[in-house]
Ligand binder design. Structure first.
Ligand code: 13P
Ligand code: SF4
Length: 303
């Protein structure tokens, strides 16, 4: 089959089976072309909740499919490639967060959406990189346990100087690869380019940026800017997507190392096989996990 033929079959089958296809912005261009909605973690969670369809295929990583299931327990939710996990979401255990809570009684516990739903049952508020600064301004407690990404935490902490932040030693293994040296090299090679970066990168990288924001915010900034050249400090798929969106502008990766293997593992065929009932994994979560995790996720969406 050709790419076009597989896409046509996917479009036919998703209508026939009443399936909504959601795609994270790091997915392949060929997946974008069959998706009903493309977005960042925050946008996908809202779209998943609001979709009228009886089933959802979440093209992204496992925590995104779990978030969909927590918000829509009545829908069937599928992860088209079961090995697509987010290493950051899986690096912390429930025991780790309980220990931090015991050591810091009276603290607010805030989790990045890149966490398992089991971990979310222990948290007061869930945030995405696009909503963290806005939502965390409303926290009353003096101390905030922020898990699992200290880089995103440090980005928010600058706005909340009166709060004490407690961190876990975690983070995104891909965004953490970007170094200050990468920034110097990229700026030297492209002196007229603006540097746009995701807050999952180290503070020594983000402090050099012209703009820091979540995936969608980076893309909007580049599309709307009058500048013609950009260094992109996030997952490298965004370089390619922006090039499709803005063929008259130039986009350069901050580093060749910024490719998330987990986000890249899902293929058009995984979606096709899921729709045919011969692939993918249906997400099944215990009722206690759904009930426990939905509180902090709903606070994020309603906030
Ligand atoms: P966004 O919230 O920007 O979609 O980020 C999700 C993610 O996994 C980034 O690596
Ligand atoms: Fe997880 Fe990092 Fe991949 Fe995003 S880029 S899905 S945070 S491992």
């Amino acid at each position: 089959m050709t790419v076009k033929e597989v896409q046509e079959e996917i479009i036919r089958l998703k209508k026939e089976k009443d399936v909504c296809i959601l795609a994270h912005a790091y997915q392949d261009q060929s997946i974008f072309e069959v998706a009903d909605y493309i977005g960042d973690s925050f946008g996908l969670s809202v779209q998943g909740r609001d979709a009228d369809n009886s089933s959802i295929i979440m093209c992204g990583v496992r925590f995104m499919a779990e978030t969909c299931k927590v918000l829509s327990p009545e829908k069937k939710v599928y992860l088209p490639n079961p090995v697509a996990g987010c290493p950051m979401a899986e690096q912390m255990s429930v025991e780790d967060v309980r220990k931090l809570k015991e050591e810091n009684p009276g603290s607010a516990v805030v989790c990045y959406i890149n966490t398992t739903s089991e971990l979310k049952t222990e948290c007061d508020l869930c945030v995405t990189s696009s909503s963290a600064r806005r939502l965390m301004k409303g926290i009353k407690e003096d101390t905030i346990i922020f898990i699992p990404d200290p880089n995103l935490g440090a980005y928010v902490e600058k706005d909340l100087p009166d709060k004490k932040f407690i961190y876990f030693d975690g983070g995104c293994p891909y965004h953490q690869r970007a170094t200050y040296e990468d920034v110097c090299n990229a700026k030297k090679a492209h002196p007229d380019a603006l540097f746009l970066v995701h807050p999952e990168c180290h503070p020594e990288v983000t402090k050099e940026a012209d703009f820091v924001g979540a995936t969608t915010a980076i893309m909007d900034y580049a599309r709307e800017s009058d500048n013609k050249e950009f260094i992109i400090g996030t997952e490298n798929s965004i370089v390619e997507h922006l090039q499709y969106d803005c063929p008259d502008k130039m986009f350069y990766p901050l580093s060749v190392n910024l490719s998330c293997d987990n986000m890249r593992v899902t293929s058009l065929f995984d979606i096709y096989n899921t729709l045919r009932g011969v692939g993918g994994e249906e997400i099944i979560l215990d009722k206690e996990i759904i009930d426990g995790a939905s509180k902090c996720i709903n606070r994020m969406i309603e906030g």
